[in-house]
Design a protein around this ligand. Structure first.
Ligand code: HEM
Length: 489
């Protein structure tokens, strides 16, 4: 028989075999997770659980590596309709993605039905004793203890002077440095601020080293949990080890200082955590303090750093918006007594700037999703989310819904003028018992930065057309390589 005849005979069999194999593999997750649900499986939301082990991670990662990350969720909408609830298998778990304001709101605010459900890999990196791993009661207690010192008028008035001085010095320095990675420097700036508030640390050397480790940690948070050298998750675990060691030495030093009654200039969050006692008089162990610190310092600098960078880029890209925002800041400065520095009252008068910030938070949606877990079988939009399944609140889709925000990708701060978003339609800081405790601080930092930027500086990007990366967070691939130059003395 000739070679051609062999190929003609076997090719259909091979092709058929591959189809059967694909069909079988696609059934594995269904068998593992759906068949045990009995009759309830008929009420699961539409969607598919993808391949064994990796689930739907490949289409997710593929879409988020292109310039159109929303193509991932669009596939579900096109295939299964605009239900707002889809079953998937992501980050190692059978899950349901919810994409509408109503469903996101229900998941975030109903603590009887849902609890934090972050993937195991995130928990390993951020810490089992951080807010994503502890019990409901413990979370409530630690939140009360830690949120007050970073939120509200009284707390913010303590930090405003430090934030302003740090911003002014940073902008001045950057303007002398020529081309810089703007994002990297803004992240260092926001890290410096949060380190000061939490640990009263100002050592340049320590901060640079820690911030670098945080960068590695975050690359691992949204990656596949593959603990093999060369993979982002493996590098992130190593970064966590270094961060824990650094925080351990700070906690030990602080405990020793307190034993020896060495007075420090101010009481910070580390002092609060060391002093905290529960109703039975139990104090926090080092491991608990370290995980809470590690989480706060991460959440408290990455997000505000990215938002500051994007707001600055958007302003610079839209001269008419920049001009309007600048005029508002000039009006505020004109009213000010000579020599007086920025006040909280003034930041509350920055109405247009606040619209610029809200629009940046909407367009960028720094937190793509929050993770929860169903505590029992939960009915939603006529479907059942089975007990134990994860739920991902897809904030990005809510913020880019053209029915809520016409021409959603357009940066248009004026859409916020006289507009109060309906419940669940604007969730940059989440909602419910895990609502971001740093939202006021973040808005204050961003406002102070933009105030000084608008009055005196401009940013010239080296590669304005540079591609945008969407994981772990939305950023220009070149970390916004740019020159910061002065427009006024
Ligand atoms: C633009 C800046 C910020 C954005 C977009 C942002 C976004 C968010 C979002 C969406 C959540 C909710 C997560 C969930 O529901 O599971 C959250 C939680 C959190 N954020 Fe922020 N955040 C920002 C700034 C900050 C700052 C400055 C701090 C530090 C003071 C901070 C500390 C935290 C903490 C500790 C949590 C966990 C709260 C909990 O689980 O109870 N964030 N943030």
């Amino acid at each position: 028989m000739t070679e051609t005849v062999w190929i003609m005979m076997w090719l259909p069999l091979v092709v058929m075999g591959l189809f059967v194999l694909k069909w079988l593999l696609k059934r594995v997750n269904v068998w593992i997770y759906e068949s045990k649900l009995g009759e309830k499986r008929h009420y699961l939301p539409p969607g598919d659980l993808g391949w064994p082990f990796i689930g739907n991670m490949l289409p997710f990662l593929r879409a988020f590596k292109t310039s159109d990350p929303d193509s991932f969720i669009r596939t579900y909408i096109t295939r299964y309709g605009h239900n707002g609830v889809y079953k998937v298998h992501m980050f190692g778990n059978p899950s349901v993605i919810v994409t509408t304001p109503e469903t996101c709101r229900k998941v975030l605010t109903d603590d009887d039905c849902f609890q934090p459900g972050w993937p195991k890999s995130t928990m390993e990196l951020i810490g089992k004793k951080s807010f994503i791993g502890i019990s409901f009661e413990e979370h409530k207690r630690l939140r009360r203890l830690t949120a007050a010192p970073v939120n509200g008028h009284e707390a913010l008035s303590v930090y405003i002077k430090y934030i302003e001085e740090t911003v002014v010095t940073a902008l001045e320095n950057w303007s002398k440095m020529g081309e810089i990675e703007f994002l990297t420097h803004v992240r260092k700036l926001t890290f410096r601020i949060i380190m000061y508030i939490f640990m009263s640390t100002e050592s340049e050397h320590v901060m640079d080293a820690l911030e670098r480790e945080y960068t590695n940690l975050n690359y691992g948070v949204r990656a596949m949990a593959i603990n093999i050298p060369g993979f982002a998750y493996h590098k992130a675990l190593k970064a966590r080890k270094k961060l824990v060691a650094a925080f351990q030495s700070s906690v030990t030093n602080r405990r020793n200082q307190r034993k020896q009654n060495v007075s420090t200039n101010k009481k910070d969050m580390l002092d609060n955590l060391i002093e905290a006692k529960d109703e039975n008089g139990r104090t926090l162990e080092d491991e608990e303090i370290i995980d809470v610190l590690l989480m706060y310092l991460n959440a408290g600098h990455e997000s505000s750093g990215h938002t500051i960078m994007w707001a600055t880029i958007f302003l610079q890209e839209h001269p008419e918006i920049l001009q309007k925002a600048k005029e508002e800041q000039e009006r505020i400065v004109k009213k000010r007594a000579p020599g007086q520095s920025l006040t909280l009252k003034e930041t509350r008068e920055m109405e247009y700037l606040s619209q610029v910030i809200d629009e940046t938070l909407r367009v960028i949606t720094f937190s793509l999703t929050a993770f929860r877990e169903a505590k029992s079988d939960v009915q939603m939009n006529g479907y059942i989310i089975p007990k134990g399944w994860k739920v991902l609140t897809w904030f990005r889709d809510v913020h880019l819904d053209p029915e809520i925000y016409p021409d959603p990708k357009k940066f248009d701060p004026s859409r916020w003028e006289g507009y109060t978003p309906k419940a669940g339609t604007f969730l940059p800081f989440g909602l419910g018992s895990h609502l971001c405790p740093g939202n006021d601080l973040a808005k204050l930092e961003i406002s102070i930065f933009l105030h000084h930027f608008l009055l005196k500086y401009r940013v010239e990007r080296s590669n304005p057309g540079c591609p945008v990366m969407f994981l772990p967070h939305t950023r220009p691939k070149d970390n916004c390589l740019a020159r910061i130059t002065k427009t006024a003395p």
